[in-house]
Design a protein around this ligand. Structure first.
Ligand SMILES: [Zn+2]
Length: 149
């Protein structure tokens, strides 16, 4: 008889870039689920978010880049306060990192403070696709991709 406890290695995702990292080891303790079923259910699965940015994102943040995420609000899930909790956003593009100095080229002067406050609170800025087109964020992104800095 195999007395070894089935264990599953699970993953957690960086809240900013959604890259996943091996993280928790779950040990089978639920006697109602059979060991193999337990492994199938949890092994290699993403169980949640890291509560800190991954190294790559941390480097970007330290270099004064701000994470901006373009979403489809219709497909995102809002909470009771009509806000989208991190992880419930439907992303249209991979996260883009906008240099803090470039904010003034993208956002109108009078909303920059609000933008910075949002980023401070959520770690990143969610912006809907319609608005991001209007302010030229997607054009900016394409340009940066071809010609960084
Ligand atoms: Zn990351």
């Amino acid at each position: 008889m195999n007395k070894e406890l089935p264990i599953a290695l699970t993953k957690q995702a960086c809240q900013i870039c959604w890259k996943t990292f091996d993280r928790d080891i779950l040990i089978h303790q639920n006697l109602l689920i059979d060991g193999e079923q337990f492994k199938k259910q949890f092994h290699g699965k993403v169980t949640g978010f890291l509560d800190y940015p991954c190294d790559e994102c941390k480097t970007k943040l330290n270099e004064k880049y701000l994470p901006v995420i373009i979403i489809d609000p219709e497909k995102s899930t809002v909470n009771l306060n009509n806000r989208i909790n991190p992880g419930n956003e439907y992303r249209m593009y991979p996260v883009m990192f906008v240099k803090i100095d470039a904010l003034s080229k993208i956002f109108e002067e009078e909303i920059i403070d609000e933008v910075l406050q949002r980023i401070e609170k959520d770690r990143f800025l969610l912006i809907d696709e319609e608005a991001s087109k209007k302010i030229g964020l997607i054009d900016y992104y394409e340009k940066m991709k071809k010609n960084p800095d």
